[in-house]
Design a protein around this ligand. Structure first.
Ligand SMILES: Nc1nc2c(ncn2[C@@H]2O[C@H](COP(=O)(O)OP(=O)(O)OP(=O)(O)O)[C@@H](O)[C@H]2O)c(=O)[nH]1
Ligand SMILES: [K+]
Ligand SMILES: [Mg+2]
Length: 369
């Protein structure tokens, strides 16, 4: 019996052997689809894929969850201890950390949960070390910090990215603009936005990928220049789209010239966990990438509570989203809301539950009698 891993290896070899050109594009697309299906089987077969497992079942607290991912001994635990005050053992040997250690720090009135995790290595997603549990936890984070050692080759960055990608995590990427409407009959209907030129994938490739997934009747609508990987992501459906910051640690060990070279890395922050260098920039960047906003509540006849803002993701910053953070029944009890701040023309202004709030708005909920 051929194992899943062997089947995956077989396809990988075939992909490597196949030259990339117009004539082979369809075949490559098909191989990618087959690979995606096998990888899903591999992950599902391993039991839990949504995190968890002994020592990894940490409950969410605070306003956002941020995970530390990287090779062993890059300084993840040192960073957790220094940023949150939560002790996590650090030592100069690999795999010091064996479980998930949560810590919390406060920033701009929010509580950020930071998770220290065991180091991962190449092949983690296929079952090496505790890789699967680690990446399973990474899937539950609103932001991933990939920690790199400034003394080690930058090729490590790509290896970690591949491990996360292989587990369905897409870093600093938006979900592809593809809509698939399945139907009972009518065959495959490929549609594209006006004047959109698809340069990464031909109609034949689209058809062969759909066929591989037994999609024979559907409208497939493309709004952007998608690749075969994008189409497979949308069909597979279980991808998570997570922002990511590259934290380059141990800069106390490198020269200014070497530090300047790192400037080419997008989404990066250089730090020294040991010496607590550049923590301000790191925390600010974490805040930016989490894309959270602060809403101050104003009880009737009192001044707003500026100490304890309600924190909501910018994408869920309606009055309704704000109410739901306080308690579930509130939006039903609400008659209207008064808002002060940049989201309104008049201060204050009466608004309904669909009103979109901005960072640092002040809100007073007026209840029905
Ligand atoms: N020079 C220097 N050493 C550091 C820095 N941060 C961590 N270290 C050292 O690097 C070694 C590994 O640190 P850890 O915090 O245990 O690294 P880790 O990534 O948690 O390692 P694992 O749990 O084994 O995956 C320790 O000897 C730390 O003292 C830093 O900023 N500069
Ligand atoms: K270590
Ligand atoms: Mg550690």
């Amino acid at each position: 019996m051929t194992t899943l891993a062997a089947k995956i290896a077989e396809i990988e070899t075939e992909m490597a052997r196949t030259q990339k050109n117009k004539a082979t594009e369809g075949h490559l697309g098909l191989l990618k689809a087959k690979m995606a299906k096998l990888k899903r089987e591999l992950i599902e077969g391993s039991g839990k894929s949504g995190g968890g497992g002994e020592g990894f079942d940490v409950s969410k607290t605070g306003d956002a969850r941020v995970g530390l991912i990287g090779f062993p001994s890059v300084g993840k635990s040192t960073l957790l201890t220094k940023l949150t005050g939560q002790f996590s053992e650090a030592a100069d040997y690999e795999f010091t950390t064996l479980t998930c250690i949560p810590g919390v720090y406060k920033y701009k009135g929010s509580k950020i949960q930071l998770l220290d995790l065991p180091g991962i290595i190449e092949g983690a997603k296929d079952g090496k070390g505790r890789g699967k549990q680690v990446i399973g936890v990474a899937r539950t984070c609103s932001l991933i910090l990939i920690v790199l050692d400034a003394m080690k080759p930058l090729t490590h960055k790509r290896i970690i990215e591949r491990e996360l990608e292989g587990f369905g995590i897409r870093l600093n990427k938006r979900p592809p603009d593809i809509i698939i409407k399945r139907k009972d009959k009518g065959g495959l209907n490929i549609m594209k936005s006006q004047s959109l030129e698809m340069t990464k994938m031909s109609d034949d490739t689209i058809k062969s990928i759909a066929h591989e997934y037994r999609i024979s009747n559907a409208d497939i609508y493309f709004k952007s220049n998608a690749s075969a990987d994008d189409l497979i992501d949308v069909i597979e459906g279980n991808r998570v789209y997570t922002p990511c910051i590259y934290v380059i640690n141990k800069i106390d060990q490198i020269s200014i010239e070497e530090l300047e070279l790192l400037d080419k890395v997008p989404h990066y922050v250089p730090v020294s966990a040991k010496d607590e260098w550049n923590f301000d920039e790191l925390m600010e960047k974490i805040w930016d990438y989490l894309d959270l906003i602060r809403i101050y509540t104003k009880p009737k006849g009192q001044i707003p509570d500026y100490e304890a803002p309600v924190i909501v993701p910018r994408g869920h910053s309606t009055i309704e989203g704000f109410c739901n953070r306080l308690h579930k029944a509130l939006v039903k009890e609400m008659k209207y809301a008064m808002v002060w701040g940049t989201s309104v023309k008049h201060n204050p202004q009466k608004v309904g539950k669909d009103h979109q709030l901005n960072d640092e708005d002040v809100v007073q909920i007026i209840k029905k009698l």
